[in-house]
Design a protein around this ligand. Sequence first.
Ligand code: ADP
Length: 197
Amino acid sequence: MTQPRNKVVIFLGPPGAGKGTQAERLAREEGLTKISTGDILRDHVARETELGQRVRPLLDAGQLVPDDILIALIRAYLAEMEPVRVIFDGFPRTGAQAQALDMLLEELGAPVTAAPLLEVPDELLIERIVERGRQAAARGEAVRSDDTEEVARRRQQVYREQTQPLIDYYAARGHLRQVDGVGTMDEVYARIRQALG
Ligand code: ADP
C-alpha cells in the first residue's frame, strides 16, 4: 500500500548543473533526506574505507562506479527509512540503477513523486565546475579531485552516454519536470518549486 507521507524526488541533470545545491535546499524546506551518492562515495574515499579504496580511481577518472555497489548502498539507506521521504542527487545514473530503484520503491510502497531535470548548456557546465574548484582552493578548502577541466569533460561525456537516456525513462512514466537551470540560485529554486507544484 502506498503511504501518503512518502515522497521521492529524483534530481536529473549533467555534472555542474547545480543539483546538489538545489536538492539541499529543497530537502531542508520539505523535510526530506537528501541522498547524494557522490558525497557518500567521497566520504568513503576520505575515510579510506575498503569501499573508498576500491572506488577512488574511478572517481578520480570521472568514471562511474559499478551499478551493484550503488544499488546495495541505496538499498541500505532506504531500508532504514519510514516514511520514505527522500531526494536523490546523482542516482540513478544508468538504466540498470533506475530499474533497480523502481523495484526497491515498489517493495516499499513509495513510488517516484517527480524527477526534475536541471537544464544548463554544455559551455556553462565546464565553466561552473572549474570555477567551483578555483573557489574552493581560494578558500583553502579541499578541492574535489575530479573538478579539473579534463575530468569534468570526461564526466560530461559519461553523462551523455549513460545518464541522459534516463530522461526518456522518466518522461515515459510521466515523472519528468524540465527546469531551466540558468540564472541565480534563487531563480532556479523558484522554478523547481513551481515545477513540483
Ligand atoms: P557530478 O554530478 O558533479 O559529476 P557527483 O558528486 O554526483 O558529481 O559524482 C561524482 C562521482 O561519483 C562520479 O563521477 C562517479 O564516479 C561517482 N558516482 C556518483 N554517483 C554515482 C552513481 N549513481 N553511479 C555510479 N557512479 C557514481
